[in-house]
Design a protein around this ligand. Structure first.
Ligand code: HSE
Length: 429
């Protein structure tokens, strides 16, 4: 039986989950994989956390150097999160000839070029399944099973916190602030929720997933990113009336004209498979030229789902001798030949607050028409009887371009004294 020693850097939620899976399944992996996987070291400042998990004090390393020089450690698992000191520790481990398994999306997204060079140079493996969509096996599906395809697009719900918040707003009609508070109470959202609600977490993951899908470096800086903080329940309710569900989508498309990569709230039809992905669940909908559409669904976060992805990488690493690296030239920036499309095409939902007076709707539609935007549907509510003459006016456009919509919104806000554009949401078909 092959002996495999691992070290775990960080015993937070994911580190603890990984330790638990490895220890409770040790015999199972001996029987099924012919591997004896033992945790030889942990690196954690809070000794009491290690003790709480039942880790022998002799396994607690004082520093990364102790782990790098431990001949019984073959694989280092980095689950600390953040860029530093994780980056320094991973580079030291790779330099010491240890393979690395990481769940760190920010680190991998921003520095995969440096980490991968170090891994190649030292002839060791670098695995990152747990960096994207937790327990959902999307990375190895793309790297292995789907390699026979040209991947043309991927559309994902890849952040559980925002999916929980939007689901709560949709089902219970609560405000963003109320749903966020509940997400924090349940431990989905951090005290500082910026990384999730402003779309950074989804954009790190999209950068990683689209790079491996399209065989091109897609840097984080090239991703158009919008979060969910400005979403109002009224838009969710209008969306419902129109047969749509609101989601924070991560979209990557590889077209002959260029690459489109964006994270933003979007309406999708309620019969789209992604529409039923609720609460904190994640899913990625991938389209390949041979396979057609594939959807992977499951838990995108949490101790054991993410630990499952990490342990899968440990077993893969221990049972493979030829390590694979990126299929593209992995540099810090995209190649100059990669064209990114920002003026992308979409259907748009535009909600205005308009005074209910003769000619106002005609003015708005004239501006849309002048900007080349064709209207597919209009909802105009009656103004109320309380002396408030403003009433919601909702327009769904036909397929148009981002620049045309931006031009039309500026023109409406400038030229229609009695109409204000309150929200604009893309509709993804
Ligand atoms: N905070 C992330 C989410 C999980 O809510 O999906 C880790 O990426």
């Amino acid at each position: 039986m092959k002996k495999v020693g691992v070290a775990i850097l960080g015993l937070g939620v994911v580190g603890g989950g990984t330790y638990t899976i490895l220890t409770t399944h040790r015999e199972f992996y001996q029987q099924t994989q012919d591997l004896d996987i033992s945790v030889e070291n942990v690196l954690e400042l809070r000794r009491e956390r290690a003790v709480e998990l039942g880790i022998d004090e002799s396994k607690i390393a004082s520093n990364i150097e102790e782990i790098c020089s431990n001949p019984d450690v073959d694989i280092v698992i980095e689950v600390m999160g953040g860029v530093e000191p994780a980056k320094t520790f991973v580079l030291k481990a790779l330099g010491a000839g240890k393979s690395v398994v990481t769940s760190n999306k920010e680190l991998f997204c921003k520095y995969s070029h440096e980490l991968e060079n170090a891994a190649k140079h030292n002839h060791v493996g670098l695995f990152y399944e747990a960096s994207c969509v937790g327990g959902v096996p999307v990375i190895r599906s793309l790297l292995d099973n789907l390699q026979g395809n040209e991947i043309t697009s991927l559309v994902g719900i890849i952040n559980g916190t925002t999916n929980y918040i939007l689901t709560k707003m949709t089902n219970d009609g609560v405000t963003y602030a109320e749903a966020l508070k509940e997400a924090q109470r349940l431990g989905y959202a951090e005290a500082n929720p910026t990384a999730d609600v402003d779309g950074y977490d989804a954009a790190y993951k999209l950068s990683i997933l689209s790079s491996i899908s399209f065989h091109k470096k897609i840097p984080f800086s090239c991703i158009h990113r919008e979060g969910i903080t400005g979403i109002s329940p009224i838009d969710i309710q209008y969306g419902k009336r129109l047969g749509y569900v609101l989601k924070l989508l991560a979209i990557g498309k590889n077209t002959p004209k260029g690459v489109e990569v964006r994270v933003h709230p979007a309406f999708i039809r309620k019969n789209h498979p992604l529409a039923s992905v609720s609460d904190s669940y994640n899913a990625v909908y991938i389209t390949g030229d041979s396979v057609g559409d594939v959807m992977l669904y499951g838990r995108g976060a949490g101790a054991e789902p993410t630990g499952s992805a990490i342990v899968g990488d440990v077993i893969y690493c221990a049972t493979h001798t030829r390590y694979r690296y990126s299929t593209f030239e992995n540099t810090e920036n995209a190649k100059p030949s990669t064209k990114f499309i920002s003026n992308f095409g979409s259907v748009y939902y535009i909600r205005m607050n308009a005074e209910d007076k003769t000619g106002e709707l005609a003015k708005v539609t004239a501006i849309l028409s002048k900007c080349g935007i064709s209207v597919a549907q209009v909802i105009q509510e009656e103004s109320d009887a309380s002396g408030n003459f403003k009433a919601p006016l909702v327009v769904i456009t036909h397929m148009t371009r981002e620049e045309a919509v931006n031009k039309a919104i500026s023109a409406i806000n400038e030229n229609c004294d009695s109409t204000v554009v309150e929200s604009v949401i893309r509709v993804v078909s």
